[in-house]
Design a protein around this ligand. Structure first.
Ligand SMILES: Cc1ncc(COP(=O)(O)O)c(C=O)c1O
Length: 311
C-alpha cells in the first residue's frame, strides 16, 4: 500500500501447509486476478519484551470472516486455524516486528462472474514493514490533500468487507495525492462529507475533544480506530462520532490518521493549509504514545489486545 518495495520473507501459509514465498502463485484467469475477488486483512505484529505480539488478532480474523460472509466465500477453516496460522507464519519466518497479511481468494475455474467452480484458497503471508507514511512521519506529521476522488455510495461496494476489488478506488486516491506531492489523500463520501484516507481512518481534535466521522457505509470500520477511541477515553478525552464537512478539517486544532499500517500518524497540513500550529499536536502525540507503549509491550495491555506469538 505504501511506495516501498516488499521485503520478502521465506514461507507463506497456504491452507494448512507452508510453501516457499516464491511458490505462492495464482493463475492469470483466477477470479481474484480477473475481478478482484478476494478478501484480506492487514495486521501488525510488534516486537515486545515477551517476544513478538500480534495486535488485536481475534478482531482482525473476525473481520476476515465478516468479509467472507458478505462476499459468500466459504473459507472452510475454523477461525482458530487462521489465528494460529498467523502466529505460526511469524514464527516460521523468524520475524519480530512485521505485517501479517491473511488473504482468502477465489482461484481458477469459473469462466464468468458466478464463482461456483472456482476453488477458495487461503493464504497468510508476513514480512517486515516499517513506518507506512515514511520514516519520521509519526513524529513530524504528514501533508495531505482532499482527494478529487470520492468514496463509493453505500450499497455499491460493501465497505464492511475488506475486499481487494475495493482498493482500486484507494489506489486512485493514493496515486493522485502522491503525484501532487502529498503523503495521502482524504476522500469525501458521496454526500460530500469527509469519509477516510485511502487506507486509514481519520480523527480531528477541536477544543480538546476527539472527533471522527460516523461509520456511514463509506469507510472501513477500522480496528485501530476502535482502539484509539478506547485509548482516548482511557486518557480522559471526550470522543464523539459526527458528520465532518470538509471545511472542519481546515479549522481543526489537530488531525491524525489511524490504521494498522499507518498506526497513529499526525497530519500537519491539508491542501496546503496548516492544521493548528502546522505540526503534530499534543493530544495526537499523547494518544500515539499510549498506543505505541501498549503495542510494544511497555505499558499494561489493559484490554487484552496482544496475542503473543511464542506463548
Ligand atoms: C480503507 C481503509 N480504511 C481504514 C483502514 C484502517 O483499518 P484498521 O485500523 O483496521 O487497519 C484501512 C486499513 O486496513 C483501510 O484499508
Amino acid at each position: 500500500m505504501g511506495s516501498a518495495t516488499l521485503v520478502e520473507s521465506e514461507w507463506i501459509w497456504k491452507d494448512g501447509t507452508f510453501i516457499p514465498w516464491g511458490d505462492a502463485r495464482v493463475h492469470l484467469l483466477s477470479l481474484a486476478v480477473q475481478f478482484g475477488s478476494s478478501v484480506f486483512e492487514g495486521i501488525r505484529c510488534y516486537a515486545t519484551p515477551r517476544g513478538p505480539a500480534i495486535f488485536r488478532l481475534p478482531e482482525h480474523i473476525r473481520r476476515l470472516y465478516d468479509s467472507c460472509r458478505i462476499y459468500r466465500i466459504d473459507m472452510g477453516h475454523d477461525p482458530s486455524v487462521v489465528r494460529e496460522a498467523c502466529r505460526r507464519t511469524v514464527r516460521k519466518n523468524g520475524l519480530g516486528s512485521c505485517y501479517v497479511r491473511p488473504m482468502v481468494l477465489r482461484g481458477y475455474g469459473a469462466a464468468g462472474l458466478n464463482p461456483v467452480g472456482s476453488p477458495v484458497e487461503t493464504y497468510v503471508a508476513a514480512w517486515p514493514w516499517g513506518t507506512y507514511l515514511g520514516e519520521g512521519t509519526l513524529e513530524r506529521g504528514v501533508d495531505v490533500c482532499v482527494s478529487s476522488w470520492n468514496r463509493a455510495h453505500p450499497n455499491t461496494y460493501p465497505v464492511q468487507a475488506k475486499a481487494a476489488g475495493h482498493y482500486v478506488n484507494a489506489q486512485l486516491i493514493k496515486m493522485e495525492a502522491v503525484q501532487n506531492g502529498y503523503a495521502e489523500g482524504i476522500a469525501l463520501g458521496p454526500g460530500g462529507l469527509v469519509s477516510e484516507g485511502s487506507g486509514q481512518n481519520l480523527f480531528l481534535v477541536r477544543d480538546g475533544v476527539v472527533l471522527t466521522p460516523f461509520l456511514d457505509g463509506t469507510s472501513l470500520s477500522g480496528i485501530t480506530r476502535d482502539a484509539v477511541i478506547t485509548i482516548a477515553r482511557d486518557l480522559g478525552y471526550g470522543v464523539r462520532e459526527q458528520d465532518v464537512p470538509r471545511e472542519t478539517l481546515y479549522v481543526a486544532d489537530e488531525l491524525f490518521f489511524t490504521g494498522t499500517a499507518t498506526e497513529v500518524a499526525p497530519i500537519r497540513s491539508v491542501d496546503g493549509i496548516p492544521i493548528g500550529e502546522g505540526k503534530a499536536g499534543p493530544v495526537t502525540l499523547a494518544i500515539q504514545k499510549a498506543f505505541l507503549d501498549l503495542v510494544q509491550g511497555r505499558a499494561e495491555d489493559a484490554h487484552g489486545w496482544l496475542t503473543y506469538v511464542n506463548d
